[in-house]
Design a protein around this ligand. Structure first.
Ligand code: ARG
Length: 415
């Protein structure tokens, strides 16, 4: 923010108006420091003013990924990562991942689970301007029951995370989960993430089983609300999804096994679906090579395709959709690869763009700051040469990125 100390004007040949769901020709975006001052076709650019000429490109808001884990990504070896890496390793690589994500066009992320408050340190360093990265809304520790997706499973009882308070958010019982929510908030959580069901990339057997009681889920969400925060639930299984929706989460993450009742409940409660529907490709093609146990890959085979069909049914029923990819399951910076699936399984290209801009901002509670190119919001925007409304894969390689009025990537050759 300190470096963006100038007024500038962007000429946008095509401008994606995500609020109204339309594309406008030849708009001028007036930027003052890190903020958008005005947008329109009649803005007069003063002589000698700084102009960024994107009249040959499509300009749209910076993208938002509502489900990232910027502190890790798959390494060479599954067990190596578990046994030989510490939060210090994560802290060293997180800035690299944050930069890649920003350069992929994602100017904001909701980071939903990290060890040892590395996400808080990362967010703070980015906000200070020490390192480049997206704006982050962070969850800190994933809250899960003993033996859940949020715990370390499948090993001897002699092996467990040292300093469990820092490494994991394992908590049980109404009192226990309330205490864990407070602990997370004390050290920087801005959203509360918990495991409503089991998971894929952990060693519990049943991917769909609920891992908290209804009372525990209610307590987590209620406690988050007391502190003015929202909660989101990792949930693959149908029963767990319904329990989390009833508890009042803002979003269901994954949402792999939706039935009609779950979809109806999500509509009734206005719950967002954040479905990471690209991951299946990467897990099935790459994870076995790196020593991931077969039982984990088998779980992916169970849910991966089902998840896409669940997503499709949810889209058709009109469930609110926000873009989230579980980046960190696949290499950071590839976030845009999910767009083609968002479209293949039901959204129009405009709706897919809205899911990663205005709707995502709504889910984060950041609509006044990000999510569209509008007066008073941060000057976070991207530009692509081709028309993403004609071919959504244009968003897989974003050549121009501005965050807070500063150009962070410019491969369009514009001055
Ligand atoms: N973190 C998630 C889990 O382990 C990843 C699920 C990926 N698979 C999928 N089909 N989306 O449960």
């Amino acid at each position: 923010a300190q470096k963006a100390d100038s007024v500038k004007y962007i000429k946008a040949g095509r401008f994606v108006d995500v609020e109204k769901g339309r594309v406008l020709a030849n708009q001028v975006i007036w930027i003052d420091h890190d903020t958008i001052k005005a947008v329109g076709s009649t803005i007069v650019i003063p002589a000698g003013a700084k102009v960024i000429d994107l009249s040959g490109a499509t300009v749209m808001p910076g993208l938002i990924d509502c489900h990232t884990h910027l502190t890790s990504q798959p390494g060479e070896n599954y067990y190596e990562d578990i046994f030989r890496k510490t939060p210090v390793d994560m802290a060293i690589v997180a800035p690299v991942f944050a930069k890649r994500t920003l350069e992929a066009g994602f100017t904001t992320c909701r980071d939903v689970g990290a060890s040892a408050f590395v996400d808080v340190a990362l967010r703070n360093a980015i906000n200070r301007g020490d390192i480049p990265g997206p704006r982050l809304l962070v969850a800190t520790l994933f809250i899960g029951s003993t033996g859940s997706h949020g715990d370390l499973n499948g090993f001897s009882p002699y092996i467990e995370w040292v300093g469990p308070k820092q490494m994991s958010g394992v908590a049980n019982g109404v009192e226990g989960v309330r205490a864990q929510v407070r602990y997370n908030i004390k050290y920087g959580a801005e959203v509360i993430k918990f495991g409503a069901s089991a998971g894929v990339l952990s060693e519990e057997t049943s991917v769909g089983a609920p891992q908290f009681t209804q009372e525990e889920m209610n307590a987590i969400v209620d406690e988050a609300h007391l502190w003015g925060l929202r909660a989101c639930a990792h949930a693959h299984g149908t029963i767990a999804i319904k329990m989390a929706v009833k508890a009042g989460v803002a979003s269901i993450e994954h949402g792999s096994l939706l039935d009609d009742e779950a979809i109806a409940l999500m509509k009734e409660h206005g719950t967002y679906l954040v479905a990471d529907i690209y991951d299946d490709d990467y897990i099935l093609s790459d994870y076995a090579k790196h020593g991931t146990p077969e039982k984990i890959i088998a779980k992916e085979r169970l849910v991966g395709r089902e998840q896409r069909l669940s997503y499709q049914r949810a889209v058709n029923a009109g469930v609110k959709i926000a873009f989230g990819t579980d980046a960190g399951v696949y290499p950071h910076g590839w976030n845009g690869k999910q767009f083609r699936y968002m479209v293949k399984f039901g959204l129009s290209p405009m709706q897919a763009i809205q899911s990663a801009t205005i709707s995502a901002a709504d889910l984060l509670g950041w609509k006044t700051k990000v999510g569209s190119i509008a007066p008073g919001k941060f000057a976070d925007l991207i530009a692509v040469k081709n028309d993403p409304l004609a071919d959504i894969t244009a968003l897989e390689n974003v050549p121009f990125v501005m965050k807070g009025g500063e150009v962070v990537k410019n491969e369009l050759g514009v001055k």
